[in-house]
Design a protein around this ligand. Structure first.
Ligand code: ARG
Length: 582
């Protein structure tokens, strides 16, 4: 619907240009919004206000001219000018019903397949393997998963890349400590020990124990030059660490697995090539022994040039070097049309530098979109980075345990007729969903406060609220002895509430389009919250099973079923399962 109105406006603009009513070189970006207030119609645009100045015209007069130039169509029932020159559109009910019919018949609830499917490489989760996954890895992992699922639904070819950090200098001390642990005959120690403790022990020895640091450094050099013994030791560590990650992914309902791991180490053999290539292209300079690139686009606070260091004085490579190799691989080998990086916003400068340099070096041309989807931090109630009770970083596994425990208490406190087994399942789903949803429903670019009480509340834009809304619709069908798809008949929009709900349902494809474009899952959450609200108002005002006549009853059942399907589809895009009872 939105696209159809956009197309009508494009046609109107073209018409006005052809008639020389506005300058031919104007390329306005058409913005269509859904007004909050129903009296402003179904869509509104500020197009006339935007064009007034460059076209040197009065905005209201221009709005009239635009309306007059809109081609004949059966999409719009009414067009009005409001305020200083907004144009409000009211959609033809026949069109709305046609859209509902299409959504009803479609397994993707009306989400169209992309006309030009893209190859989208998406880098997410990407933890450093030296430690266990902690709360800081939550955001990248679940935002990336939601964006990946959304793009797949739209028919794009999605290639996840888990760019795990497995190659830094820290591995030297881990290997040294591991060597000793294994020599003491503690072969199970590594498997069972939690990595956090292991890391701390190694770090302590690195800082305090004579000779240990030198041994650690020597081991890294051996490892990086391909020594078989070191490699085997290292591989054992990496396998253990990845197994820990996989447990977390499975619990979170995130689709990542071993096949998506494309570690930093995988680029090792290509790093020298990157340096040679940048040298040949005349982009590298030596600065105090290190090989650097200086780009005019990046300056420090005092306007001093900022280097991107690609090789240290001692010959070692850096984070930036493997990211350059990764761009070459993603664009050159994987043929990405879009390469997306879901990484902490604090790495924004790094990615801007990598992207700019990649374009200069020809690793990505203008047809490839390179996008850093940055996100803010998870904060505690004190407004500081979220910490565990003992003041350390919170392991993700522990956080999820606590979520499940709290959800179980919540379910028990509500009084329930579910069996113990069912209750345990509900607690698992609700607990994990609450943590994920609390994160995904926030604008990813901001920091947010992690708060158990709000995320486990049945009120507001929360997972429990939406899961419950789904069970409510589901129970109507149970009562009627029907399956969701077992309704027939036409959509009849008899009252304002029927129509409001219908309008919300028809909006789903637009929302998915914007989540896919901008990589913003919170658009979807906000939408589902509104949809559940529209359903509530509808359910209060409009009898379903006791509707006045059979046709209205069928229509309302269909609206309810489509609500359930869209909630299920939407939650599935966030990697959240729905429940039939809770
Ligand atoms: N391992 C890095 C970290 O934990 C994130 C890697 C993100 N991806 C990338 N291609 N740089 O900070």
């Amino acid at each position: 619907m939105k696209q159809q109105i956009e197309a009508l406006l494009q046609a109107a603009i073209a018409e006005l240009k052809a008639a020389a009513a506005i300058p031919a070189d104007l390329q306005p970006r058409i913005q269509l919004d859904r007004p909050r207030d129903k009296s402003h119609g179904d869509f509104a645009t500020n197009l006339a206000l935007m064009l007034a100045k460059p076209a040197k015209q009065n905005p209201r007069a221009l709005a009239e001219a635009i309306i007059a130039a809109i081609p004949e169509n059966n999409v719009l029932a009414k067009t009005d000018i409001a305020g200083p020159g907004f144009i409000n559109f009211t959609v033809n009910q026949g069109q709305l019903i046609a859209q509902l019919n299409a959504a009803w018949a479609d397994e993707r609830c009306g989400v169209p397949l992309a006309e030009q499917p893209q190859t989208v490489v998406i880098d997410y989760s990407s933890p450093n393997l030296a430690k266990e996954m902690h709360v800081g890895h939550l955001r990248s992992t679940i935002i990336g998963d939601a964006v990946a699922r959304t793009l797949s639904l739209q028919g794009h070819k999605v290639i996840p890349q888990n760019h795990v950090g497995d190659w830094g200098t820290q591995f030297g001390m881990l290997l040294a400590h591991m060597e000793d642990t294994l020599q003491e005959g503690n072969s199970e120690a590594l498997e069972l020990a939690d990595l956090e403790t292991f890391y701390k022990a190694a770090k302590k020895r690195f800082d305090d124990e004579e000779g240990f640091a030198d041994r650690a450094r020597a081991l890294v050099v051996k490892l990086q030059s391909g020594d078989a013994y070191c490699k085997q030791l290292w591989q054992q560590f990496i396998d253990t660490s990845l197994a820990h990650c996989q447990e977390v992914y499975d619990r979170l309902g995130v689709q990542l697995n071993r096949s998506h791991v494309m570690a930093e180490s995988a680029y090792n053999d290509d790093l020298a090539n990157v340096v040679t290539d940048l040298t040949e292209k005349g982009l590298l300079v030596e600065n105090q022994g290190a090989k650097c690139v200086f780009l005019d686009e990046f300056k420090g606070k005092e306007n001093e040039p900022l280097p991107i260091i690609v090789q240290k004085k001692d010959g070692g490579y850096l984070y930036a070097t493997s990211d350059l190799a990764a761009v070459r691989y993603r664009v050159g080998t994987l043929q990405a049309d879009r390469a997306i990086y879901v990484v902490d916003a604090r790495q924004s400068l790094h990615f801007q530098q990598i992207f700019t340099l990649s374009r200069k070096a020809g690793y990505a041309d203008a047809s490839t979109s390179l996008e850093h989807l940055g996100f803010g931090m998870v904060l505690g109630k004190d407004g500081r980075p979220y910490k565990s009770r003992d003041g350390g970083v919170t392991k993700l596994a522990d956080l999820l345990d606590e979520a499940e425990r709290r959800a179980a208490e919540l379910i028990a406190s509500k009084g329930t007729d579910l069996s113990a087994e069912e209750q345990a399942n509900v607690a698992r789903v609700v607990g994990i969903a609450a943590v994920k949803y609390a994160d995904l429903s926030k604008n990813r670019t901001s920091d947010y406060v992690f708060d158990w009480d709000t995320m486990l509340s049945f009120e507001g834009n929360t997972a429990p609220y939406l899961l419950y809304a789904y069970t409510r619709v589901y129970s109507i069908f149970q009562k009627a002895g029907l399956q969701l798809h077992e309704v027939t008949g036409d959509f009849v929009l008899a009252t304002e509430q029927d129509e409001t709900l219908a309008n919300k349902l028809a909006q789903f494809p637009e929302i998915i389009a914007s989540v896919g474009n901008k990589g913003m899952p919170h658009f979807l959450c906000g939408y589902m919250f509104e949809l559940a609200g529209a359903f509530s108002s509808f359910y209060e005002a409009c009898p379903i099973l006791n509707a006045d006549d059979a046709a209205l009853q069928q229509s309302r059942l269909k609206l309810a079923a489509l609500t359930a399907r869209i909630l299920q589809q939407g939650l599935a895009l966030l990697g959240i399962k729905t429940l039939e009872k809770m």
